[in-house]
Write a protein that binds this ligand. Structure first.
Ligand code: ASP
Length: 353
């Protein structure tokens, strides 16, 4: 009898040790959920209308049990909003959490679920303020979790496979969606509804992930993460920066209103090479005289805004956004204004980051 009990205990011990060895073999990945359509739900599987940010992180994780074959997974809910409601406050909270987790020796990578609407901004923000070379991978979905052929589960699976891949380190914050791996600086949301919405038009893909098998093509050229000089450690509030969309005959008082409402920076989403009407340019010059930093970006999808092309930045005192589109230019200007208002320095940031 005693002999059989000892045998039973030994078997149990072996099972526990084998499970522990298996867990030790796998990387530890933390999934931070912030909401978005990936966590959205609708009344039926086929309707277009839905509400973002309804489903919690545990449900997202349990919908893809296969990720546990790739990594040891834990999850945290940082926010649960449609990313149209993403805010400086959530960015600061998210950045603090990512930095704290990335500093832990028992965390190998981080996956962040997010809405597609403002993913360009959040990923670029984190790309500048995360102080780690460990993989930080963001993912999203175009169809809510309750839809027919929801795209979220495979995106989460691939995002975990990328975060668990040592080759993902040192590439800055990555965005995984619809089998593609994008750099945080370079992709654009190109369709309001298409599952293949994200495209890296100017620079191309960083890689692809097909059912968790990753192929790598390139690393980002611009500075990021642990090479970045930006930090939001201890920062409680980011400076106000407004984007003004330029059109034919735009009302220049939009620029004046931004200044009188407390903007410390303005990004113009200009026409063509960051151009604007004469009266808008006069309003920009007045804003600069008032100490506001103005960055000229473009509403065009690709190409760069160059210094002194049709607008003389040297005379106006403005900064050219280079390849950064207006929403990303706004992120960089917010972080730059934490350090300086020197436009020569800020211009260098736009070339470097
Ligand atoms: N409005 C949603 C969001 O950004 C859209 C999406 O996630 O696809 O949260």
């Amino acid at each position: 009898m005693i002999h059989r009990v000892v045998q039973h205990c030994l078997c149990l011990l072996l099972v526990v040790l084998a499970a522990q060895a298996q867990a030790a073999d796998k990387p530890n990945i933390v999934i931070l959920a912030t909401g978005g359509t990936i966590a959205g739900s609708a009344e039926s599987q086929t309707q277009a209308g839905y509400t973002s940010g309804q489903v919690g992180v545990d449900i997202l994780i349990n919908a893809v049990p296969q990720i546990k074959d790739i990594a040891n997974i834990s999850g945290e809910q940082v926010a649960n909003v449609g990313s149209q409601d993403m805010s400086d406050a959530i960015w600061l909270k998210l950045a603090a959490r990512v930095n704290a987790l990335a500093a832990k020796s028992d965390v190998d990578g981080i996956v962040i679920t997010h809405g597609t609407d403002t993913l360009e901004e959040t990923s670029y923000f984190l790309n500048l303020v995360v102080n780690s070379s460990k993989p930080v991978v963001m993912t999203a979905a175009m169809r809510p979790s309750t839809a027919l052929s929801a795209d979220g589960p495979l995106n989460i699976y691939n995002a975990v496979a990328v975060a668990a891949d040592k080759n993902a380190a040192n590439r800055g914050v990555l965005v995984v969606a619809n089998d593609d791996i994008h750099g945080a600086r370079s992709f654009t949301k190109t369709s309001t509804t298409d599952v293949q919405t994200f495209k890296s038009i100017e620079y191309g893909l960083v890689g692809v992930s097909l059912y968790g098998q990753n192929r790598w093509f390139r690393g980002p050229f611009h500075k990021h993460t642990n090479a970045s000089e930006f930090s939001v450690d201890g920062v409680e509030k980011l400076p106000r920066v407004d984007v003004i969309y330029i059109t034919a005959d735009v009302s220049p008082d939009l620029i004046t209103a931004a200044v009188s409402n407390g903007a410390k920076g303005i990004v113009t989403a200009g026409v063509g090479n960051g151009n604007m009407t004469g009266p808008a340019l006069e309003a920009v010059k007045a804003a600069i005289k008032d100490g506001v930093v103005v960055v000229r970006a473009s509403r065009v999808t690709s190409g760069a805004v160059g210094r002194n092309v049709e607008v003389s930045d040297d005379e106006t005192g403005s900064v050219a956004a280079a390849e950064l589109h207006p929403a990303r230019a706004r992120v960089l200007l917010k972080l730059a204004l934490l350090k300086t208002t020197d436009t020569a320095k800020i211009q260098q940031y736009f070339y470097t980051y």
